[in-house]
Design a protein around this ligand. Sequence first.
Ligand code: SF4
Ligand code: SF4
Length: 314
Amino acid sequence: MTAQEIRRLFETEFDAVGVIRSSTYLNEARRLGKQIPDPVYPTLVVLGLSYERRLIKETKTHLVPSFYTFGRDYHGVLKARIDAVMADIRVPYEALVDNHPHDERLAAVLSGIGTMGKNQLIIHDRYGSYIFLALVWMDVILDQECILDVIGDCGTCRRCIDACPSDALFEGGYDINRCVSQYNQSKRALTSGEMDAHTALFGCDICQIVCPRNIGIESLKHPEFALSGKEKISIHDLFTLSNKAFAKRYEGMAYLWKGKTVLMRNALLTIRKKHLFEYDALIRASMKETMPDWYLKTAQYVLSDLKIDTPSLK
Ligand code: SF4
Ligand code: SF4
């Protein structure tokens, strides 16, 4: 099977397909000093599936996560599309979508899916940075690789660096520990500085929204990512439904993967930032439940902040 044949088959389900030898990726990863396991199979297919930019406004009653979570959970969507293609190819394979030890952005650059932006995201010529990535290791020996042509780079632009609310980006690098999207998915108490930089209920879209390379791009409507209404999360649901009932009501959404308590902790940050005093009783009630220490600390901090600002709560 040739790289071109593999590419054509995957193009029935994906918007960008690069096919390289696993050794190409392995050698570059090792040269860069990355600690990665040996690939299982000799061929690496790098896949991109675009998603739409859809901004939904928060209200006093409903909060909104990063828009990559809109529609069905992309992990399942990408895996299902890979399985559909591999059902025709019929060779041993391993599919990876997030949560793996490999550097999919490096693989995306090597296969020509896109260039690495200063916002640390892969930017595709036609779909900008709104593209999910997946890797497929395949038991096929390639005659030659199929690397896409890439155009464009950031040049002198630094809009994402200037707009980043937590100074996580800088010329030539990124401090992952400062990134809002990283720490608002973590299970720990946040510092007051981290709370101040808070942007969305889950994740952060700022460095994508400001990027000029995301202007005038193509926006494909994949049916799995159609809006379902679960993109807006009720604060009341968050604080009153059991974990099980909440997971049922918001079933299939990517923002569920870290659990409801992470979303509640992040909702507290919006409540603090927007001075939504009306949730005082719900927050207090949640603190009487069995909750992790990091949630209780955040709730305590937020309540104390609200009390300072609101005489009626004293
Ligand atoms: S996701 Fe948000 S916090 Fe993270 S680098 Fe981008 S703008 Fe900065
Ligand atoms: S905002 Fe500018 S610097 Fe940042 S990724 Fe986009 S083009 Fe590159």
